[in-house]
Structure formats: structure tokens, C-alpha cells
Design a protein around this ligand. Structure first.
Ligand code: HMG
Ligand code: MG
Length: 314
């Protein structure tokens, strides 16, 4: 049942009171788009996301421009948005060069991105897992010395398109390495969207056993098999309070075949608000933003909530 485009609120017990949404639409969402979106449109997208109440908006990546041409305008984009009040703007940095570029523009939140599998480390970073961790260690240290907050992504936590099942201890090894380097936060990536809720709970429990506290863990689900919300609910039950999502369900990873869009932020907000969990997000404004972005990309949003809310009056 909807009341003025909002879900009916029926809380469930033992869930967090508030969830911090780490919005990745402008980075993970757009990075796979073939047609280059102008920096001014990206900036407008980010401003609209902020206006909808999102306070952590991953802005772009300082990666090699040939590897991700869509985000080659990071230097142009970042100054257009860096004055947004009260908004955290994390950016991805794959190495020292990326960190130098980000710090030169005044970025104060950066994310390194590791892989739990060798195949994806090679495809995404042109390094083995251990080589990429060796690249990250001084980057994390230097970012911390510069006063930046550092997130450590771990991709392919639940399955890999080349290697199949990924042993949990392999994921835990990369997570603990990033923790030991000094990352403030980890984000567990289900890059190809194959996770199911029991698998999520098993990984979270193992990480706790390995002394990775739940309050430093975020979850990053892609929605390939329609499991992203179920997986999120499992993570919330475990106590996770940081959830990555992409406005309108945009997304995919150019270096992982079969990666589709992230969990749509609107679908997440609908569930969280229905559970009485605060997010600070205005669902109507967010939906309008995704409809606006979909028009620029010339394709409808895959988010069920965006579709339902934008068609409800027709
Ligand atoms: P490489 O070819 O091994 O680079 O790529 P290199 O270190 O050998 O350097 C080669 C040249 O690139 C040098 O220039 C460097 O200066 C330059 P030259 O001396 O030949 O003129 N270079 C750079 N230029 C600009 N910015 C940089 C940079 N680094 C080197 N940062 C590299 C290695 C890491 C650069 C490359 O593999 C890369 O850029 N990869 C990025 C891939 C990417 O962005 N993937 C998507 C994000 S991850 C993701 O989506 C998953 C996530 O959402 C979680 C999930 O869903 O699981 C986070
Ligand atoms: Mg991703």
C-alpha cells in the first residue's frame, strides 16, 4: 500500500534505526556507460542527489582515462561539486598517481579497490591480489596522513565470473589486509550480483571472527539475480548500517562480464522507510532525479520503485 508515494511504515525488531546510504550512481552507475555524459550533467546529477538528501555521494574515479573513459573528466568534474555543503564526496583511487590527482583537488575521502580473486585483480587493476595490496599500502598511509577518510572496497566477495565460487577465507584475507593498512571502512562487493542472504551472513560472521567489526563494514550489492534487497535485509539484521546503492539502479563494471546495475537507491529507500529506518532521503526528489538522468541516458531506469512511482499517476 502506498500513501502519497510513500510506503506504509511497519517496523521490524532488531534492525538499525538509521542507515547511511553510500550513493554510487555517479561513479559505479555511470562508469559503464558507452556514451560519455558531459561533466556539467554529472555535476547536476550529483547536486540533485544531494538535494534529495543523500549525504555520501561517490563522485568519480581517478583511474587511468583509457581504462574508464567515462570518468576521464574527473579533474573537470570535481571542482564543479566540491563546494556542496554537508556532502561527503568520496572518489576512487587505484594507486599513487590516482591519490595525487585526488588530493591535488582537495578530495578528503578516497577509496582503494581490491579484489578477492586473482582473475578480477588482473582484469581490473592489471596486478595480482598481493601486488595490488602492495600498491595500496602506501596510498592508504599517505591518504591517512593527509587527513583523508579511506574506504577499502573488496570485489568478488561472493562469486567470480572466471573462478566461480570464492572461498570466504580468501575474502577475509583481503579484508583484514585492508583493515591492517588503516582503512576506516570496508565495502563488501558482490560485483556480479550472485550472493544470497545466507552467504552474506556467513561472510559477515567470519569477518567478525577475524576481528573486523560490523561498524566498519558496508555492503555493495549488484542486483543481477534480484537478490540485492534480500541480501541488504540480511546485512541489516546482522547490524550493518552502511549500504551502497545507485540512483535509478544504474551501473555495472566494465571489467567484470555479467555485472549489472547496483541495488537501486529508490528500491532501498522504499524498503528502509517501510521499516521505519531513517535515511534522510526524500524519495520523491530522488525518483525525479533518476527519471531526469534516464532521459539523458535515453533509456528507462531499471528500478522497480522508480517505475512504479513515476507511472503511478498515469
Ligand atoms: P597499468 O596499465 O598497469 O598502469 O594500469 P601502470 O601503473 O603500468 O602505468 C601506465 C601508465 O598509466 C603510466 O603513464 C601511468 O602514469 C598512467 P605513462 O608513464 O605510460 O605515460 N597511470 C595513470 N594515469 C592517470 N591516473 C592514474 C594512473 N595510474 C597509472 N590513476 C591502473 C593500472 C590501476 C592504472 C588501471 O588498471 C586502472 O586505471 N584501472 C581502473 C579500473 C576501474 O576503474 N574499474 C572500475 C572500478 S572498480 C568497481 O567498479 C568495483 C566496485 O564497484 C565494487 C564492486 O562492485 O565489486 C568498486
Ligand atoms: Mg560495484
Amino acid at each position: 500500500m502506498t500513501v502519497n508515494g510513500l510506503p506504509m511504515v511497519v517496523p521490524a525488531s532488531d534492525l538499525p534505526e538509521r542507515v547511511r546510504i553510500h550513493e554510487v550512481g555517479a561513479r559505479d552507475g555511470l562508469q559503464n556507460e558507452q556514451r560519455v555524459v558531459p561533466a556539467e550533467i554529472k555535476a547536476e546529477f550529483i547536486r540533485r542527489l544531494a538535494d534529495a538528501g543523500l549525504t555520501t555521494i561517490e563522485a568519480t574515479s581517478f583511474v587511468h582515462p583509457k581504462w574508464v573513459p567515462q570518468l576521464a573528466d574527473a579533474e573537470q568534474l570535481f571542482p564543479l561539486i566540491s563546494d556542496l555543503p554537508g556532502v561527503e564526496l568520496p572518489v576512487l583511487v587505484p594507486n599513487q598517481r590516482g591519490l595525487d590527482r585526488a588530493l591535488a583537488l582537495g578530495a578528503d575521502r578516497v577509496a582503494v579497490f581490491a579484489s578477492a580473486t586473482e582473475s578480477f585483480a588482473k582484469a581490473n587493476l592489471n596486478r595480482t591480489v598481493d601486488e595490488s595490496l602492495a600498491v595500496f599500502a602506501p596510498v592508504v598511509r599517505q591518504a591517512k596522513d593527509a587527513g583523508a577518510h579511506v574506504r577499502g572496497y573488496v570485489s568478488m566477495c561472493f562469486g567470480d565470473p572466471w573462478e566461480g565460487a570464492v572461498p570466504l577465507h580468501q575474502v577475509a584475507r583481503v579484508c583484514t589486509a585492508l583493515r591492517d593498512m588503516g582503512c576506516d571502512e570496508l565495502s563488501l562487493g558482490d560485483t556480479i550480483g550472485v550472493a544470497t542472504p545466507g552467504h552474506v551472513l556467513e561472510l559477515l560472521s567470519l569477518l567478525n571472527e577475524e576481528r573486523v567489526p560490523t561498524n566498519m563494514i558496508g555492503v555493495h550489492f549488484h542486483d543481477t539475480y534480484g537478490q540485492a534487497l534480500a541480501n541488504t535485509y540480511a546485512a541489516l539484521e546482522h547490524g550493518v548500517t552502511t549500504v551502497d546503492a545507485s540512483a535509478g539502479g544504474l551501473g555495472g563494471c566494465p571489467y567484470a562480464k555479467s555485472a549489472t546495475g547496483n541495488l537501486a537507491t529508490e528500491d532501498l529507500v522504499w524498503m528502509l522507510h517501510g521499516l521505519g529506518i531513517e535515511t534522510g532521503v526524500d524519495l520523491g526528489r530522488l525518483t525525479a532525479t533518476s527519471v531526469w538522468m534516464a532521459a539523458h541516458l535515453d533509456r528507462p531506469s531499471p528500478s522497480r520503485t522508480v517505475r512504479a512511482l513515476s507511472h503511478k499517476d498515469q
